[in-house]
Design a binder for this molecule. Structure first.
Ligand code: 5AD
Ligand code: SF4
Length: 481
């Protein structure tokens, strides 16, 4: 057995990409290790959305320099968005790196690792064409990622799976590097998506999470039929065995009535929408080239809440983007106060070379102002998230049990990894509105949908106990295990 160490940063796309690479390398006789130092192959799956994510990878690479010197046949690879963006620069900043592979070439990783081991000393670079490096079709083809069917043991849990329905992005928000590193927007044909979903269901998968940078912009014409995203949701809903359908990330302008209706009317659709607003000021949205006004975002948000009062909506926000005044920032605070998002991911603007903003809009908000605005917005969002979680106290929720809780995982890691999973165990899962629930249970309950009574909450988590129903009067007992 050879040992593989893999570190993944970034979005769900990257998680899925890493999962596929791990699955492919397992077939080649690799097993995962938590230690980079004694691994035969070390891979980093990288993100370029913010400078910070890149800095982390370069310093992790720096720490491997010595390990590579003492173990020269260790293969070191950099994959994903930073590989596509920096290409040869990675070899000059970290000369001991053996392979650099873009997100569109990940299927080549096993072969590249093999070659690097057989012929050490030759660096290998496999990336896609840039957005202006050729004809659109050639560029598209060079980004195409193929998602092989995985056997269930190769997914993090056998009853949950990501399904990629779209790659790339054509929105070109001025601050964003994604369109250049992930290439043109391409929608996967519905027949392929449905085939993958059916295969997953036949293997016992219960929850599917559809992935795309602007997932609800998915559309595809196949055999003369024009499919909208909502049509795909209806079709996937028919797949027997699938109990839950979720999707990320949505683009506000494409959150059309038919999509909201599908989420509302289809019982398997998780009542959760991640629709980043990015800002609460029209001037900032215009500079970001987001393609909608704050009033339009609000209207979409209110429509979703009106049609589905229990829907959980989350957002992303950027603070300190070019030209952001205190007044602009306060408008973001107002939007968060009004929309009461379940959660918001808040980012300080990070200038990305090659984007429109880097070329035309000065990064003119001082770092300490960005930090202060970030903290202020986060404090407001945290207050809202905690208040809203309090509404769950004393209520029952339906939870699809995902596995051991983070605490339980830490304890298991300390214990004997080969010991069978039996006895009481703290578990975690999610509600239909995407709340994380932690409760005491046992390993047999993993993968089941359970009724949980909530007795405590904090900012991010609901704590509860399994409800055991009794036929008869209105009583229920709380059963820990
Ligand atoms: N700086 C800061 N945040 C960014 N995001 C994207 N690009 C940048 C950038 N240059 C944020 C957006 C996006 C999330 C994934 O990352 O909020 O929705
Ligand atoms: Fe980036 Fe905008 Fe595309 Fe999202 S929609 S990936 S923020 S360019």
């Amino acid at each position: 057995m050879k040992k593989l160490y893999i570190e993944t940063v970034g979005c769900q796309m990257n998680l899925l990409d890493s999962e596929l690479v791990v699955a492919a390398l397992r077939k080649e006789g690799y097993e995962l290790t938590g230690q980079a130092a004694d691994a035969d192959t070390v891979l980093f799956n990288t993100c370029s959305v913010r400078q910070h994510a890149e800095d982390k990878i370069y310093s992790a690479l720096g720490r491997l320099k010595e390990a590579k010197r003492s173990m020269p046949d260790k293969v070191i690879g950099v994959m994903g968005c930073m590989a596509q963006k920096d290409q040869k620069l990675i070899f000059s900043r970290a000369p001991f790196v053996d392979i650099v592979v873009g997100p569109g070439q990940l299927h080549q990783v096993p072969q590249l690792v093999r070659e690097a081991r057989e012929k050490p000393g030759q660096q290998r670079l496999e990336v896609s064409l840039g957005r202006t490096d050729g004809k659109v079709d050639d560029i598209k083809r060079s980004h195409e990622s193929f998602d092989p069917l995985r056997d269930p043991t190769m997914r993090p849990t056998p009853f949950q799976a990501f399904v990629r329905i779209q790659i790339g992005c054509d929105k070109f928000c001025t601050y964003c590097i994604v369109p250049s590193v992930r290439g043109p927007e391409q929608s996967r044909p519905p027949s392929h998506i449905l085939a993958e979903a059916r295969q997953l269901a036949s293997e016992g998968c219960k929850e599917i999470c559809l992935l795309g940078q602007t997932v609800n912009s998915w559309r595809h014409t196949e055999d003369g039929r024009a499919w909208r995203f909502s049509d795909l949701l209806y079709a996937l809903h028919e797949v027997e065995g699938i109990e839950r359908l979720r999707f990320v990330t949505s683009y506000p302008r494409d959150m059309t009535d038919d999509v909201l209706e599908a989420v509302r009317d289809l019982p398997k659709c998780v009542k959760y929408l991640h629709v980043p607003a990015q800002h609460g000021s029209d001037e900032q949205l215009r500079r970001m080239k987001r393609g909608y006004t704050v009033a339009e975002y609000r209207e979409m948000h209110d429509r979703a809440k009106r049609w589905m009062p229990d829907v959980a909506i989350t957002s992303d926000f950027i603070v300190g983007f070019s030209g952001e005044t205190e007044e602009d920032f306060q408008q973001t605070m107002d939007l968060v106060r009004e929309c009461r998002f379940k959660n918001s991911f808040i980012f300080k603007y990070s200038e990305r070379p090659g984007t429109k903003a880097a070329n035309r809009l000065p990064d003119d908000v001082p770092e300490e102002v960005k930090r202060r605005r970030n903290n202020e917005l986060l404090a407001l969002q945290n207050e809202i998230s905690e208040e809203d979680n309090h509404k769950f106290l004393g209520k029952r929720v339906e939870v699809l049990v995902e596995g051991p809780s983070k605490t339980a995982v830490r304890n298991l890691e300390r214990a004997d990894a080969n010991a069978p999973l039996t006895g009481p165990l703290q578990l975690t899962g999610r509600t239909m509105c995407d709340r994380i629930v932690v409760f005491d249970g046992n390993p047999r309950q993993i993968g089941q949908t359970l009724s949980i009574a909530i007795y405590d909450v904090n900012l991010h988590t609901l704590f509860g106990a399994v409800v055991t129903e009794h036929v008869g009067p209105e009583v229920f007992t709380l059963a820990g295990v």
